[in-house]
Design a protein around this ligand. Structure first.
Ligand code: BGP
Length: 463
C-alpha cells in the first residue's frame, strides 16, 4: 500500500487580508479588499484575526500541531503600498520576521504572492485591464525573491485566478454584475497569465533551487446524467473552469474548448507579439490547487435570473455551454457547498493524468458556525469527518499513482470568509470574536486541533 511520502508537507493555509488585520498599519497601502463594499451583515477586514500582531502565538500553535509547512500570503500593499512605487521597509521586515518564525520551528513557508488583494492604486489605473500591472507584478515578485528567496523554497503565484474571473463579485475582486464585463475579464485573465509566467521564469533565474506553481481552485465537473448533451456541458465547464488555467500554466497554450467558448461569445483577449512566447516559458515545478467540492452541470438554458450569483463552489451557468446543477448523491455544508471526498480522488487523478507534475493541496476544508459548548470547548466533529474523508481519498489517489507532496487545509486559524463573514469558520484554532464584537481575540484549540496533530504525527495513518 502506497502511503504519504516521507517529508510530506502537512500544514494549513491563510491569506493576508482575511487573517492579518492591521489594515492601515506600518505603511500598508489599501487593497481592493480594503475598499470593497462589505456584504450586509458581515464585518470588514480591518482587524480580522489580528494575526499581524499575534503571528508568533499563532505559529507556535501551528508548530504544536506539528506543521511541516504554513501557507500564507504576502500583502502586496505592505511591500509596495501603491503597487508599483516605493518599497516599504516595514512591510519587508514583517514578512521576514514571519518567515524566520516559521523556520525556527522547522516549518517551511509556502508563500502565495497574491491572494485577491490587488493594490487599490493599481485598480484605479485599470487593474489587470492595464498591461502595466503585469510589470508591476513582476517587479513586486523581484522584490520578494531578493528579500526572501534564500529562505523560501516554495512559492505560489496567484490564488484562484479562475475564481477572480468566474466569481469576482462574490470574492470582492470585482464590483457587482460580472456578466456585463466578461470581455474585460478575459483580457485581464490573459494579462494575469502572462504575469504568472514571467514570475515563474524570474524565480527560476534568480533562485534556481526554489520551486513555484500556480494555485487555482479545481473542481472536477460531472455531467448530471449520461445524456451525451450533459457530457458536452461537463466538458465545456471543465475547460472553462479548470483546464483553461492549468493548460496555460503548464503548456503555455489556450485550451481549445475554452478558446472556442471565448470566440463564440466574443470574449477572446487581444494577444500581442511576444505574449505566447512569454506564456510558454513558465515551466512550473508543481501544481497547487484548492479543492472544496466537485461541480455538476447539465445541458439546457436557465433563465437569466438564475444565471446570477454563485460563488467559488456554486456554479451558475453560461447559456449554450452549461447549466450549474446539483448532485443528488452529495450532502452539503451549512453554507450550501456540496461535500465530495470521492470527487477529491477523481480530481487528483484527472489533474495528475493531464499534467504529470507533483501536486500540493493548498486549500480544503469545511466552513461552519462553530460554537463553544457549556464547557467552552469547540467540538467540531463535522470538520474532522470532512477532513478525514478527504485525506483518506487523497491517500487512495496516491495509491493510484498520483504524486502528492503536501496537504494544507483551509484554514490554520479562524479568519474572515471572502463573502460570508467571520461566523463562517474553518480553523483548527478558534478566535474569540464575533462578527462585529471583537471581544479579546484570544486563541483556543478546537477538537480538530488535537485530531490534526495526531494525523500529522502518524503521517496520515491515524484518521
Ligand atoms: C477560497 C479562497 C479563500 C477562502 C476559501 C473559503 O476560494 O481562496 O480565500 O476564503 O475559498 O471560501 P469562503 O471564505 O468564501 O467560505
Amino acid at each position: 500500500m502506497n502511503k504519504y511520502k516521507e517529508g510530506f508537507l502537512w500544514g494549513a493555509s491563510t491569506s493576508a487580508y482575511q487573517v492579518e488585520g492591521a489594515s492601515a498599519e506600518d505603511g500598508k497601502g489599501q487593497s481592493v479588499q480594503d475598499v470593497k463594499k462589505v456584504f450586509e451583515g458581515t464585518s470588514d477586514f480591518t482587524v480580522a484575526s489580528d494575526h499581524y500582531h499575534r503571528y508568533k502565538e499563532d505559529i507556535a500553535l501551528m508548530a504544536e500541531m506539528g506543521f511541516k509547512t504554513y501557507r500564507f500570503s504576502i500583502a502586496w500593499t505592505r511591500i509596495i503600498p501603491d503597487g508599483d512605487g516605493e518599497v516599504n521597509e516595514l512591510g519587508i521586515k514583517h514578512y521576514s520576521d514571519v518567515i524566520d518564525e516559521c523556520l525556527k520551528y522547522g516549518i517551511e513557508p509556502l508563500i502565495t504572492m497574491y491572494h485577491f488583494d490587488l493594490p487599490y492604486e493599481l485598480e484605479k489605473k485599470g487593474g489587470w485591464s492595464n498591461r502595466a500591472t503585469i510589470d508591476a507584478f513582476v517587479n513586486y515578485a523581484k522584490v520578494l525573491f531578493e528579500n526572501y528567496g534564500s529562505r523560501v523554497k516554495y512559492w505560489l503565484t496567484i490564488n484562484e485566478q479562475n475564481m477572480m474571473i468566474l466569481h469576482g463579485a462574490a470574492i470582492g475582486t470585482l464590483e457587482m454584475d460580472e456578466s456585463s464585463i466578461q470581455k474585460i475579464l478575459y483580457q485581464q485573465n490573459h494579462h494575469m497569465l502572462i504575469a504568472q509566467a514571467l514570475t515563474m521564469k524570474l524565480l527560476h533565474s534568480m533562485v534556481p533551487e526554489a520551486k513555484i506553481g500556480p494555485a487555482p481552485n479545481i473542481a472536477y465537473v460531472y455531467p448530471k446524467s449520461c445524456n451525451p448533451k450533459d457530457i458536452i456541458a461537463s466538458q465545456n465547464f471543465n475547460a472553462i473552469r479548470n483546464w483553461l488555467y492549468l493548460d496555460m500554466a503548464v503548456y503555455g497554450r489556450y485550451n481549445v474548448v475554452a478558446w472556442n467558448f471565448m470566440q463564440k461569445k466574443g470574449l477572446t483577449p487581444e494577444i500581442l507579439e511576444g505574449d505566447m512566447e512569454a506564456l510558454k516559458g513558465a515551466n512550473p515545478d508543481f501544481i497547487a490547487f484548492n479543492y472544496y467540492s466537485t461541480a455538476t452541470v447539465s445541458d439546457g438554458e436557465k433563465d437569466l435570473e438564475e444565471q446570477k450569483g454563485g460563488d467559488q463552489q456554486i456554479a451558475v451557468g453560461e447559456p449554450g455551454f452549461y447549466n450549474g446543477d446539483s448532485n443528488g448523491y452529495l450532502q452539503r455544508t451549512e453554507f450550501g457547498w456540496e461535500i465530495d471526498p470521492d470527487g477529491f480522488r477523481i480530481t487528483l487523478r484527472e489533474v495528475y493524468d493531464r499534467y504529470q507534475l507533483p501536486m500540493i493541496i493548498t486549500e480544503n476544508g469545511l466552513g461552519a458556525y462553530d460554537k463553544e459548548n457549556e464547557n467552552g470547548d469547540i467540538i467540531d466533529d463535522y470538520r474532522i469527518e470532512y477532513l478525514a474523508k478527504h485525506i483518506e481519498q487523497a491517500r487512495l489517489a496516491v495509491e493510484d499513482g498520483v504524486d502528492l507532496f503536501g496537504f494544507c487545509p483551509w484554514s490554520a486559524i479562524d479568519l474572515i470568509s471572502t463573502h460570508q463573514g467571520f461566523v463562517k469558520r474553518y480553523g483548527f484554532i478558534y478566535v474569540n470574536r464575533d462578527e462585529f464584537d471583537l471581544k479579546d481575540l484570544s486563541r483556543k484549540k478546537k477538537k480538530s486541533f488535537h485530531w490534526y496533530k495526531k494525523v500529522i504525527a502518524s503521517n496520515g495513518d491515524d484518521l
